[in-house]
Design a binder for this molecule. Structure first.
Ligand code: ZN
Length: 247
């Protein structure tokens, strides 16, 4: 099975379309979505429609999805995120709002190899940045490969009898992580629509369970188009600026 893995699309249709076209050319069977389809970007309706039409095998909600459909208040959000969330709540069609509101909380076990969540397997809203939280997540992960999003920062942590390690993003347009037997992996493939690791290219992954490997991709997309839409929508300008720098 080859799973296309998408996380943190954040209503960036240009990034999503580029990623899906690239993934189709490489070949995949099913789609996994780790949440935050909307929030920040200018195309929440189109992105929800696209993702829904892909009929994901497994999908979990993100914190922005919850706020954008009114399931949760924007209390923990900063001013920019709050203003984008309010805009998204206003423009989302009722049908898509309801669809987002019905998304399940993670983690979800996809098969014998893969588990998905938005923030962490112990709390859907927790950010995994440091090794302590990564270790905690690895210990309770139910599958050899636990995929997460939320930080918009591509990274892989691994836990084996030999110990604990973290592997940063390679920066290459394409890299492959070969999974070894007896090792547990906790991986963030990086954000499709709002990367924050200083690399503006869209990030995504394809998990190949037969070959026991993960292909990690970074892909150029029409950033200027996404930026122009953010400005035209009247969203905070900083949301357009950050797309060009990946911060
Ligand atoms: Zn996010």
């Amino acid at each position: 099975m080859r799973y296309l893995v998408l996380t943190d699309i954040h209503a960036n249709l240009e990034a999503l379309d580029a990623v899906v076209a690239d993934a189709r050319a490489r070949g995949y069977d099913q789609t996994l979505v780790l949440g935050d389809l909307v929030g920040y970007g200018a195309d929440p309706n189109a992105v929800v429609e696209r993702v829904r039409s892909m009929k994901p095998t497994a999908i979990v909600r993100g914190n922005h999805d919850k706020v954008a459909c009114g399931v949760e208040q924007a209390d923990g959000f900063n001013a920019v995120a709050k203003s984008a969330a309010r805009w998204t709540l206003d423009v989302l069609l009722p049908e898509y709002r309801q669809w987002l509101a019905a998304l399940p909380e993670g983690p979800i076990d996809v098969d014998d190899t893969v588990q998905i969540c938005h923030g962490s397997p112990f709390d859907e809203d927790a950010y995994i940045f440091d090794e302590l939280d990564a270790l905690r997540a690895l210990k309770i992960a139910s599958r050899p490969l636990c995929l997460f999003g939320h930080t918009h920062y591509p990274v892989t942590f691994e836990l084996s009898a030999d110990g604990f390690d973290s592997i940063g993003a390679s920066g290459a347009a394409e890299s492959v992580l070969k999974m070894r037997p007896g090792v547990k992996y906790l991986m963030n493939p990086g954000s499709v629509g709002q990367p924050r690791d200083g690399d503006p290219r869209a990030a995504y992954a394809i998990v190949d369970t037969a070959r026991q490997c993960v292909e990690l991709m970074r892909l150029k997309y029409p950033v200027e188009e996404a930026q122009a839409k953010v400005i035209r929508a009247g969203l905070p300008e900083v949301l357009a600026q950050r797309l060009a720098v990946g911060r």
